[in-house]
Design a binder for this molecule. Sequence first.
Ligand code: CDV
Length: 309
Amino acid sequence: MKRLLPLSVAQLGPIHLADSKAAVVERLIELLKEAHSRNSHFVVFPELALTTFFPRYWMTDQAEIDRFYERSMPNKDVQPLFDLAKQYGIGFYLGYAEITPEGERFNTSIIVDRSGTIVGRYRKIHLPGHSDHKPAAPFQHLEKKYFQVGNEGFKVWETMGTKMGMCICNDRRWPETYRVMSLQSAEIVVLGYNTPSHNIHWPEPTHLRMFHHLLSLQSNAYQNALWIGAAAKCGSEDGFHMIAGSAIVSPTGEIVAQSASEEDELIFHNVDLAIGDNFREHVFNFAKHRRPEHYKLIIERIGADEPIK
Ligand code: CDV
């Protein structure tokens, strides 16, 4: 029997430094209205969806840095989004920069259910990039400067008729991310991303950025019998280009919906959660087939080292 979750993924085009949060929230609301017109129950918005991808900038002025962070959620800027989503009965995933009352800074996402309640929070664990200034690079990737490593693990929430997990951007490239969630019986993982088209560390062919993004989603959806909804922030933010490719991927590993632009764009699929059941019961029946006694190195080692004797 089908178990349906009408799912939208709301891709965002560029957010420039000069754009106000209120203006961005208006764009999110337009996408929410479109999701409502498609009878969606859930919408996935991108990573750091309220601001430009500010880790590309080396900043030392604390006030300049602080304006990118949210001190509470919801707050007056995003309240209109929460209000309309509640009115429509649509849940959502939203990424933003969080500063706690103690001054800790995280790259965070939340799951809001269809009644407007925040049911889950995730703080990004795999922070890419560097913390030092690289003046020779065309732009920075300073997530290690502006954020701490997430301290709440990879969790799964029973909500909206499913078991939902979440992660953020670079997390999507790591098999551990999804396996920790599929071991908690996650049926769907939602995520947002900001992926620069240009790699500042080595001359990576540009087409590989999109290829590896989709490869990561497709392989991990299949290997963990999961649906994945992935929302890009994309296009050229003040001249810095990021890939699009927002996608909904089935537990078969197939892409069932993909964005076609580098602008604000909604994609939709009436997700049948039951598709994952066949994979969980057979080829990826973890209880029957996993052999954790042979996986010890995965938690004992961080970096690659000598072969074991
Ligand atoms: N925001 C990100 O985490 N971006 C990384 C980049 C640095 C490769 C990503 O994995 O897409």
